[in-house]
Design a protein around this ligand. Structure first.
Ligand code: SF4
Ligand code: SF4
Length: 426
């Protein structure tokens, strides 16, 4: 019987056709059925028939990046990433020491801010250079891996200040949800996004105090910590007062925030507010493209001749946001080079970061990144832009290791550098 009930019922729809295989980044690097979507669905079916244990199935499905490229490719409506998420939710998380440490830091707004300051001093003082040259972290592998995550170049443009208090009363109130990885590693992203929103949106209210939106917990199956972070984020949303929109400067937060509505639909205290939050949520490019299309603006060239865009997979395949960032980049006086054909099934897009996947499966994550870096280098772009700081970190580290001249930055930084201080004219 097909299409039964329960969290794994969707697996019954699989016809074993294999259309999903070429788009799966883990299958492409290994050519191993077990690490492709069809194999993952077969494992779920084996679990249902009792042929494998939940722990065995979870260990194998832990290798799924949750990119959702297979969702777009599957003609039968099978959702392998959702099946993997459901299983992780039943079996529980499999964190590494480093991912546990990073989640502990990003869960706390205060710890994130303190570590961000320490990282800046560590780099600017030259201490990092000395530590790396002398190999002082070789015997502390967790710290060495954390150190390797920090890109040498964390901002291409001068750090913008946060906007002043609003001068015009009655402007729309826009909440800015600044992602924790950006606040930790890319300090210019949140102020640049706030400046753009103040210029082209309205009064900016920085949602704060909740640490992280809960994405790593959701993706690893740690349900209770995820729900705790979701409620903390929603508390910040309510505390901000009535908002016309909420904008995320990190796209994974938008994907996660959208999921709150279903995750909390059983909770009478949060169900309605989670719905309201999800309805108002936008990525930065989604919001700005909507606003800038109504304006006449002239951008200045921020110093690069050719640019390309990196899609965060879950945003492309999960939220369907593809054209908005490209439209924004096309408004700048630079050439735009697409990385891969405009084929939604192309897996050239995945960088292999996958949130803390890069910490849990570093070798495969780097193998996938190799293909991404080759596509970037071949594109002729001097600058690769994205909206998900986790992906940008991973790409930047790869480009730096390859001594590439291609630079990396967040869309907010580039747009602020190009549009800084321009008054909108309708
Ligand atoms: S979500 Fe991505 S990594 Fe996982 S099976 Fe689908 S295509 Fe492969
Ligand atoms: S998951 Fe979909 S695309 Fe993949 S083998 Fe099954 S039916 Fe075919």
């Amino acid at each position: 019987m097909r299409g039964g009930s329960g969290p794994f019922a969707n697996a019954d729809l699989c016809t074993q056709c294999g259309y999903c295989l070429p788009v799966c980044p883990t299958y492409r690097v290994e050519n191993n059925e077990l690490h492709g979507p069809r194999g993952r669905v077969s494992l779920i079916l084996a679990l249902q028939s009792g042929a494998v244990t939940p722990a065995e199935a979870a260990a194998a499905l832990d290798h799924c990046l949750l990119c959702r490229a297979c969702h777009a490719a599957c003609p039968a409506g099978v959702r392998p990433a959702k099946l993997a998420l459901a299983l992780r939710g039943q079996v529980g998380p499999r964190p590494t020491v480093l991912s546990r440490l990073l989640h502990r830091i990003t869960n706390s707004h205060r710890m994130t801010a303190r570590l961000a300051g320490l990282l800046t001093s560590y780099q600017r003082s030259g201490l990092r250079h000395v530590v790396q040259r002398r190999g002082w972290l070789h015997h502390l592998p967790t710290l060495e891996r954390l150190d390797a995550l920090v890109p040498r170049q964390r901002s291409l443009f001068p750090l913008p200040p946060y906007p002043d208090a609003p001068s015009q009363a009655g402007r729309p109130r826009i909440g800015l949800l600044a992602g924790c990885i950006g606040r930790l590693f890319y300090l210019a992203v949140a102020p640049a996004a706030a400046q753009l929103l103040a210029q082209y949106g309205g009064e900016v209210i920085l949602l704060g105090g909740f640490g992280c939106c809960g994405a790593p917990f959701r993706e690893s199956g740690a349900r209770q910590p995820f729900l705790r972070q979701a409620r903390r984020t929603l508390d910040a949303f309510v505390a901000a007062g009535p908002l016309q929109a909420v904008v995320c400067d990190s796209t994974v937060c938008a994907v996660t925030g959208r999921s709150y509505a279903r995750a909390l639909d059983h909770d009478p205290a949060y169900a309605a507010v989670a719905e309201d939050f999800a309805r108002k949520l936008h990525t930065l490019s989604q919001f700005l493209a909507g606003r800038l299309k109504r304006l006449t603006l002239t951008a200045k060239n921020p110093g690069f001749a050719a640019v390309t865009y990196h899609d965060h997979c879950q945003t492309r395949f999960g939220l369907g946001i593809i054209e908005e960032p490209r439209w924004l980049l096309a408004t700048l006086p630079m050439r735009y080079h697409e990385l891969a054909p405009k084929d939604p099934f192309s897996s050239e897009g995945c960088c292999g970061a996958g949130g803390d996947y890069q910490l849990r499966h570093p070798e495969r994550s780097q193998q996938i990144r190799t293909a991404k870096l080759a596509a970037i280098q071949a594109s002729g772009a001097e600058l690769v832009v994205g909206e998900n700081p986790g992906c940008l970190l991973h790409i930047a580290a790869g480009l730096e290791q390859a001594d590439s001249a291609v630079r990396v930055c967040h869309l907010a930084e580039l747009l602020w550098a190009a549009y800084a201080q321009q008054q909108p004219t309708h």
